[in-house]
Design a protein around this ligand. Structure first.
Ligand SMILES: [Zn+2]
Length: 452
């Protein structure tokens, strides 16, 4: 079947995508009643229910989840024997995060002369909601039906990290069961480069404490022979990196390399707001360091603040260390290694204790299989370019829940959120060509996957 009719239909549907996105962006759906009234999330959920019902899904329902948010789900049964695809996105958004820094109204979709559509959620993730709608509308219009069974899940509290959907999934296994799960809350490596996000790093963290004295003591009367626990902690923490800035934890191999698309150092510097003259660290490429290696970060230290500090040696010091865990490794093992490493670096026989904080395993998405093949084909056709693969340095705990709940399902991440969208920052935007291309890719993927 030719893709021309679908391509033309998707293009014809773009004005509707824009008006839909305008409505969606007007809902201040920050899933925190202390920031925005809960009615805003309610309005967004209602809108999603109505829109996906209109495109042909059945039983589209907003169901409560354990964190108080509501997720929207629905289904469109496909032909007998066809596979099932679960399409994911979320309708909640990040708060404005610096309203003064916005150049256009936060809650009003605004097209700028650069052609992009600005406003909170235009990309993350409301742009993906209208992308799904556009793909499904195009299939309905051109083929008159869906080629496989389509299930929908739209989360209502993704940005809060409160885990409502993560707990909803294990209680509703059959409702969401699918052969392929599309986690559509990601984006291309760069505008116009069709990209699958194939891995996510995991994370672990520990709180470590060293104790030296029974109480804080005068640094003039006792400083010298009395050990300073802050100095001890600094020595221990310094051992987590070598001269080049590579993370060095005893027993953890940290030489992984990324084989997908690269992350140019210039772009990384600018994305990470690295100051002029300041080095990037590590002996690997930015992609190696970010997607294929461990990275230790001291995320908190309990020490007296400078203002108000006294001439005293502290009795103890505490730090929280996070360790990002590359694909293929285990967070629990990394946590044990981190604790053992720090314990073995404690100077002067200070008393050491370690408290595990959190563990989340890394994630690897589907890299082969009928779902992967069909999506690769769809993305490459839509863009007329070869598929790239990238990793993501952060975690999406839901992906691990889905992988554990549906061990046989293919799970893939993509979407309209390319790097210049500035998701989670002021002046978030989406490029409409990404909505158009990804919608076409998704429609083609569903067709191919359904055997058409
Ligand atoms: Zn998102």
């Amino acid at each position: 079947m030719s893709s021309d009719a679908l391509r033309a239909k998707v293009s014809e549907l773009m004005p509707q995508a824009k008006s839909d996105l305008t409505e969606l962006v007007s809902f201040r759906s920050v899933a925190d009643p202390q920031q925005e009234p809960a009615s805003e999330c309610q309005k967004a959920a209602d809108w999603v229910v109505k829109a996906f019902t209109e495109v042909g899904l059945q039983d589209v329902t907003a169901s409560p989840t354990p964190d108080g948010s509501a997720c929207v789900h629905g289904v469109a049964p496909g032909p007998e024997g066809s596979p099932t695809v679960l399409l994911y996105c979320h309708y909640d958004v990040q708060p404005p995060l610096g309203e003064d820094a916005w150049e256009t109204p936060v809650w009003e979709l605004t097209e700028k002369p650069d052609g992009r559509w600005y406003g909170r959620g235009t990309a993350d993730c409301k742009g993906n909601i209208v992308m799904h709608l556009t793909a499904l509308r195009a299939l309905q219009a051109v083929d008159g039906s869906f080629p496989c069974t389509i299930k929908l899940i739209v989360e209502g509290s993704e940005e809060q990290g409160t885990g409502g959907l993560e707990r909803f999934v294990p209680d509703n296994v059959e409702l969401l069961r699918a052969d392929t799960i599309c986690v559509v809350d990601a984006g291309n490596a760069a505008l116009g480069i069709p990209t699958l996000t194939t891995t996510l790093r995991g994370m672990t963290a520990v709180d470590v404490t060293v104790e030296a004295l029974g109480s804080a003591m005068h640094s003039g009367m006792f400083g010298g022979p009395a050990p300073d626990p802050i100095a001890a902690m600094v020595r221990m923490l310094a051992s987590l990196h070598d001269e080049d800035g590579n993370t060095t934890v005893d027993g953890l191999d940290n030489t992984g390399t990324w084989t997908g698309i690269g992350y140019p150092a210039d772009r990384f510097r600018s994305d990470a707001t690295v100051l002029d003259g300041v080095d990037l660290i590590g002996t690997g490429t930015p992609a190696d360091m970010l997607w294929s290696r461990y990275a230790a970060t001291v995320i908190g230290i309990d020490v007296p603040p400078v203002v108000g500090s006294a001439n005293a040696i502290q009795a103890s010091a505490r730090a929280r260390v996070s360790l990002r865990v590359p694909p293929g490794e285990k967070a629990a093992a990394a946590q044990e290694a981190l604790i053992a490493h720090l314990r073995s670096r404690v100077p002067w026989n200070l008393r050491f204790s370690a408290e595990p904080v959190a563990n989340g395993d890394p994630f690897t998405g589907s890299l082969d299989g009928p779902g992967f093949d069909a999506l690769k084909q769809g993305l490459e056709e839509a863009y007329g370019a070869e598929l790239a693969t990238e990793g993501q340095g952060g975690s999406i705990p839901l992906c691990n829940v889905l992988a554990e709940t549906y061990p046989d399902a293919e799970i893939m991440l993509y979407g309209v959120e390319e790097p210049t969208c500035l998701i989670h920052a002021p002046n978030e935007s989406v490029h409409p060509s990404e909505i158009e291309h990804i919608a076409l890719a998704e429609a083609l993927f569903l067709r191919h996957y359904g055997g058409a």
